[in-house]
Design a protein around this ligand. Structure first.
Ligand SMILES: Cc1cc2nc3c(=O)[nH]c(=O)nc-3n(C[C@H](O)[C@H](O)[C@H](O)COP(=O)(O)OP(=O)(O)OC[C@H]3O[C@@H](n4cnc5c(N)ncnc54)[C@H](O)[C@@H]3O)c2cc1C
Length: 298
């Protein structure tokens, strides 16, 4: 199906794009890599009057470290991030970026588009929650930083204003002694994940858990933090029995939908298995072991 007719605009700068969105109002939509928006238009799930193509705006593709903060530009594609120095230094970022879809989608789809689309099963919203990231939103009155769990307010819904753009994502670089991993379970490369789990863990001597965050993707309308599971582990010497208890506590708060990819009970067990697998990889990475956190295909 062809999309409904729309007017196409290609601003030359970020400032011009924001002015354009302000002038056009809420029936205009920004277009970045088009990997979500184009199918949505073709299926006529949305019929914007105006498309503001931000895909070629300069200066929004970068990944850098400044002091303790990592900042990634909104127009950085998944594939570009996977090959960046930041992904080499922070393996959980490489797990996420390198595992999204296939090479074609990875080369066009952007981190800013992924977080703005707020799909419940998509990878960046969950991964950025693991890293306690902030979304930098730029509008006519300047920039504001919004924690990613407040930015995504519901499935496919964000708190971004219609005259704002996501311009970057930022998070604190993981502490020394910290290791993280992110793994999804999916039917095929070019399919959205059924479920995913990300864990960032900081261990002290004797496997003492100093801190951690456990986030589950596809476990509800928005990425779900397993707070009770974290409490099971924080401040304790971690062992497999404790991880098993934590995994049970985590899936007690998971609310995956029953759909063609599996029912709720099946997906809860899937999440439990993923937590134990991701925990293994994160612990090895805390000990500086180089290990790939490969996704699991059905
Ligand atoms: C076959 C296929 C398989 C896929 N598999 C996966 C997968 O395994 N894992 C996964 O996570 N994703 C997957 N995706 C989705 C993919 O990651 C998309 O690239 C991503 O969701 C959207 O990024 P985009 O740059 O293409 O955004 P677009 O499609 O251009 O835009 C998406 C939405 O965000 C808005 N938007 C875009 N950029 C901005 C911005 N900077 N500021 C404000 N609003 C903005 C648009 O208006 C639109 O509403 C898949 C997509 C396809 C087609």
């Amino acid at each position: 199906m062809y999309p409904a007719p729309f007017r196409y605009h290609r601003p030359a700068s970020l400032k011009e794009a924001i002015l354009m969105l302000s002038a056009l109002g809420e029936t205009a939509k920004p277009l970045a890599g088009g990997q979500t928006l184009i199918p949505v238009l073709k299926l006529r799930l949305d019929e914007p009057t105006d498309i503001v193509d931000i895909g070629r705006l300069p200066d929004l593709r970068f990944a850098r470290k400044e002091n303790d903060w990592i900042q990634i530009g909104a127009l950085s594609s998944h594939g570009w991030i996977a090959k960046s120095d930041i992904a080499s230094a922070i393996p959980i970022v490489r797990d996420c970026a390198g595992g999204i879809a296939d090479a074609q989608v990875r080369s066009l789809g952007t981190i800013g588009g992924s977080v703005s689309a707020a799909h419940p099963n998509c990878d960046w919203p969950a991964l950025l929650h693991v890293l306690d990231a902030e979304v930098v939103c730029s509008g006519p009155n300047g920039d504001r930083q919004v924690p990613v769990d407040q930015f995504i307010s519901d499935a496919y819904t964000t708190t971004l204003a219609t005259d704002e753009l996501v311009t970057s994502l930022r998070f604190k670089a993981p502490a020394a002694g910290s290791g993280g991993a992110y793994i999804t379970y999916k039917k095929a490369a070019a399919a959205f994940p059924v479920c995913s789990v990300g864990i960032q863990l900081t261990l002290g001597a004797g496997n003492l858990c100093q801190d951690l965050r456990i986030i589950m993707g596809g476990a509800g309308p928005t990425p779900r933090r397993a707070l009770e599971a974290e409490r099971e582990l924080r401040g304790r010497e971690i062992n497999p029995q404790l991880w098993a208890r934590a995994a049970d506590a985590a899936i007690a708060v998971a609310e995956p939908d029953s759909d063609t990819r599996g029912d709720t009970a099946y997906k809860r067990q899937l999440l439990r298995g993923l937590i134990l697998k991701v925990a293994d990889v994160a612990m090895l990475r805390c000990a500086n072991t180089k290990i790939e956190g490969s996704h699991i295909y059905a």
